[in-house]
Every structure is written in structure tokens, then in C-alpha cells.
Design a binder for this molecule. Sequence first.
Ligand code: PLP
Length: 385
Amino acid sequence: MIPYARQQLNDSDIAAVVEVLRSERLTQGPAIETLERAIAGYCGVRHAVAVSSGTAALHLACRALDIGPGDRVWTSPITFVASANCALYCGAEVGFVDIDPGTRNLCVATLADRLERAARDGTLPKAVVVVHFAGLSCDMAAIGALAGRYGFRVIEDAAHALGGRYRDAPVGCGRHSDLTVFSLHPVKTITSGEGGVVTTSDARLDARLRRLRSHGIERDAKAWVAEAEGGWYYELTELGYNYRITDIQAALGASQAARIDEFVAARRRLAARYDAALAGLPLRLPQCDPAAGSAHHLYVIELPGGAAQRRRVYDGLHADGIGVQVHYIPVHLQPLYRALGFGPGDFPHAEAYYAGALSLPLYPGLRDDEQQRVVSALRRRLGEG
Ligand SMILES: *Cc1c(COP(=O)(O)O)cnc(C)c1O
């Protein structure tokens, strides 16, 4: 089976993990700081906080911005459920902004319209979680301008976009948002097994994330309300979590971080080969402007025959040993979100996209002959080969 995604490990990754296994500390040791420095350095941002998953990172991002009951958080319906669930964890209300059918990212013009209405009704969001779908950055300058005008905070869900760029800077540089979240799950640009990272240029948010990552325990004596009672002393100042990443995982992530550019370049090359091989077929291909700086996390085609054709092609390709996937079922159509009042017809561009969407295999280790097999099988299943 050719999977839709898979990790790429080498001997130095394995050696880095073994080194931790032979060391004193399996968690809260030096590898976590090494990973944080590597990501902060890559992104050109002051602070990076490593945690146990991308989902934990999103939850902490919301908590660090004091999102709670009575607040609204908006995101895109075409994303992994975690981008919306993080607001529910905090007791906030979730709203969605329909996608731009070209970029498949949250549509900035629709966002602007909804904000104008929300400002009149007094229902403005406290934060917007923007998702860089498939690795292509949202228009952060436009979103930042809206955030300034309407006073909301911006979280970038960059789970797809480590190694991507927006204009002249890496995604996660901290210039265009309050916080940026990365995932280190094995299907993403680099992996730590499970893991996540939050970047920010704001020292106070960094301190808050570190405290919330470890139960809400304040380690900085200057911030304590009481006098230390001895060397063992610490203070619990707010309710946090155990969202720590282990040193075993962090060592893998840090070792992989040296190859972010290499991995993205391999993905870019494979995406360009798909663009060339699939041009002329009755399909909608992803936007492929190389200047857009995509991290090429996914290569999603849209089948014009919608849900029935997509199901046929999906089943046919699986029978051919090709593990195509669908990213994503619109979040608002999940039973949990329907129970909150959402339903079919709410976000027509997202639903139309979903009907035909199919992700082709894309990962740095995909060989050219395997990719050719994917293309040939797809042509046959489309009745074009
Ligand atoms: C993978 C992913 C997440 C969650 O990351 P985990 O590390 O799996 O918890 C969140 N948002 C998006 C868009 C993702 O693709």
C-alpha cells in the first residue's frame, strides 16, 4: 500500500532517541529546550514552547489568550476537528467562516462581512483560528488588519505549514498573529511521534504557555504571592494541565528539525510533478503558485462528479493499493457540531469542496515510480487511461 503520508526517519534521528534512552532524564530534560530553540530559530521568532501534541498546543493557545465561557472563536470548516475543539475545551462558542474555493483557506472577504455584521450585533469573536490549509498560508496581512480594526486575537493553526512562508518570512515568525501552532504528528512536515509547538513573539504569552503546560505551577519566585518555605516550594496559580512532551519525543523532533527545508523541497518537487502529470485531466488541481511559499502538506484534487464519483475513485484506488484520503469532512457537519445547531447548507463552499476532495499520496520518501503508479491508477479510475 502506498499511504497518503508517512514519516521520514534516518539513522541520526534514531541515534538521537537512543541517546535520551541512555541518559538520566526521559522527560523535562535538555532535549525539549533543544527542540524549542530549533523551531524558534527556524521560524525567526523569540519564543517556542513544545508540548505533547498539536491539539494540546491549540488548547493552550486559547487558554493563554484567556478564552472562556461567553467568548466566541471562529475558524474554518475545512480543517481537522482540533482547530474548533480547542475553543469548546475552554467553554467558548465556535463559529465558522466559509472557505475561498481557490485557496481552500478561510475566505478573508467573507470574514470581513461577518465581522461587520457581528460588530453591529455585539457578537464579535475574541479570537480567530486561521488554518493554513495544505501548507498554503492564509493572507495574514489582511487578517491582521481586520484583527486591528475589530479587536480580536489571531491564532495560526499551522499544523500543515511548518517550513512554509508568508511573503518574506517563515510561517510562525510571530509578526502576523498572537500565537502560531505546529503539530509534530508523523504525517506533518517533521515528527516527534506525538508533539506540538507554539511560537510567539510575546514574552508574557510564552511564560503563560509554559505555566499552563505543567499544571499551572509557577516556578518563577518573583511571581509568587508568598515567601518560599524552602527549596521544595512552588505555587499553583491557575488550573493547567500535564501537556509536557517527553525528551524521547523532543530529541526526535529536534533531530528532524534540521531537515525541514529538505522535506519541504521534496514535497514541492513531487507536487510540481503531480501538477504536470495531471494537467488536462477532468479535475480541479490545487493552486500551485510557487511564490506562495506553501509547505505542500497535502496535494488535494477535486473531482467534478462530486460525492458519488469521489467515493468510486477512493474505493478504486484503495483496491489498487493507493491509500488516498479525504481532508476534511467539514467540521460543522460532525454530529457534535450539528448538536450545537450547525447543519448542511451553512457553508456552501466548504461543502462543495468536500464533495469532490481527494488527497493523493505526498511525502518526502514517495519515489518517482510510486508517484507514477498513483498517476496511472488515477487516470484509469477516471476512465482516462
Ligand atoms: C494535525 C492537525 C492538528 C492536530 O495536531 P495533533 O498533533 O495531531 O494533535 C490540528 N490542526 C490541523 C489542521 C491538523 O492537521
